[in-house]
Design a protein around this ligand. Structure first.
Ligand code: NDP
Ligand code: MG
Length: 381
């Protein structure tokens, strides 16, 4: 029986993680969880899974006082206290945003298995995470579907790898030209063609920031250089990613888009059964269509190279600029195309340092958010 602490239980990945735990009650138990603002979800989760430790963003006495035998923690620091208190084997980090980095570090520092959906962890703190892993602290397993696909393929054969290939659905605006993107609305951007996900990642998919993040994640998870990581379009999100070998053959993971599959893989630490497809040539693969990625149409993905090569505070700057710009767009304060412009501006104004501490990264996150606030208000042109 694996004891699980689920951060972000009220979100899209969080809810699907509860589905997996619910389906496998002999193998998993929920010993702790967190929600942000959706406190109404607390009673149903406690009543069903009976965990004894919960973290909430803010104190909500009317709910917490109903559960005398449950210990409640609050705020960002509460997430770290929850991890330490609940005596779990595995932390599933399904938080969205930079708030996820510190709990990821805490999980590894306390020798937990970290199942990671929160991509912002590796984008902002990939160096810190890998340092802990090199020191033998904890274990890291991805939840992002592309990285689970790559993990499966590389587990079968990681020799003579030519490229790892991450697939992209293209997001909500794959059929629009760059000019047509000028006037798209948040409502348009939130209509993802293949996946149903939280709001932020849905916008990240439309801007292609999500694929930029995924290249960075792949670098930290598997150690391949930017030049050895390729993108390819698969509009149906049926092929989750591929490994190309030096003899031109491919191994790939396919299936209907359903995040419960990669979540289950992570919860079982890769020990559940799965099928992969192997083809001598990509032309032999007929189940779904793969197309070359349009790097000119989505120049934002080149930022992954900068983050990977320059390290330091580039990832934190990129992430904070994106988070603030996405929320400004969702609140109709800026245009869709401003998201990319704001990221470019911030990344071009980084005072970089090497080997930043968590505190350095946190300060960079804050100052970048302040910079974006000024840009959004029109104080910086
Ligand atoms: P959601 O927005 O659906 O859920 C986010 C969760 O984080 C919610 O439980 C939310 O709480 C909580 N949360 C947000 N801010 C805070 C905060 N400041 N303090 C404490 N808790 C907070 O996001 P998703 O589930 O879509 O995504 C989660 C992560 O997984 C993201 O990093 C995303 O990029 C990644 N991911 C998501 C995929 C998907 O299919 N959804 C696929 C692959 C990766 P509340 O809602 O109660 O406020
Ligand atoms: Mg993904």
């Amino acid at each position: 029986m694996k004891r699980i602490c689920l951060l972000g239980a009220s979100g899209s990945i969080g809810g699907q993680t509860l589905d997996v735990i619910r389906k496998h009650p002999v193998d998993f138990s929920l010993v702790g969880f967190s929600v942000g603002k959706q406190v109404d979800k607390i009673p149903e989760i406690i009543n069903e899974f009976n965990p004894k430790f919960v973290c909430v963003k803010e104190d909500t006495k009317d709910i917490t006082k109903q559960f005398h035998n449950v210990k409640f923690f609050y705020g960002d620091e509460g997430l770290n206290k929850l991890i330490k208190a609940c005596d779990c084997d595995m932390v599933v980090n399904a938080l969205v945003g930079f708030v996820g980095l510190k709990p990821s570090l805490t999980a590894l520092e306390n020798d937990k298995i970290l199942s990671l959906a929160n991509k912002e962890t590796l984008v902002t703190g990939g160096e810190l995470i890998n340092k802990l892993l090199r020191e033998g602290k904890g274990k890291l397993i991805p939840i992002d579907s592309e990285h689970v696909a790559l993990s499966k393929c590389l587990a079968v054969d990681n020799t003579n790898v030519d490229k790892i290939v991450i697939t992209a659905s293209g997001g909500a605006f794959r059929k629009l030209s760059r000019d047509q993107l000028e006037n798209v609305t948040p409502e348009d951007a939130l209509k993802h063609p293949t996946w149903s996900m939280g709001q932020k990642i849905t916008i990240d998919s439309a801007t292609m920031v999500n694929k930029t993040f995924e290249i960075i994640e792949a670098y930290y998870l598997f150690g391949y250089k930017y030049e050895d990581i390729e993108l390819m379009f698969n509009y149906e999100s049926f092929v989750h990613s591929l490994v190309r070998y030096k003899n031109g053959s491919y191994r790939l993971d396919e299936g209907k888009p359903d995040m419960r599959v990669p979540i289950k893989y992570a919860l079982y630490e890769g020990s559940c059964e799965y099928d992969l497809v192997y083809v001598d040539k990509l032309e032999d693969y007929k189940a779904s269509n793969l197309y070359p990625f349009e790097y000119d149409r989505f120049p934002i993905v080149n930022l992954a190279k900068k983050v990977i090569d320059e390290k330091g505070l580039y990832g934190a700057t990129f992430n904070a600029a994106n988070e603030e710009a996405v929320y400004a767009f969702l609140n109709k304060k800026i245009k869709f195309t401003d998201i990319e412009n704001i990221i470019d501006y911030c990344v071009n104004n980084v005072n970089n340092i090497q080997n930043p501490s968590y505190e350095d990264i946190r300060k960079c996150d804050l100052s970048t958010r302040e910079l974006v606030a000024k840009i959004v208000k029109g104080e910086i042109k």
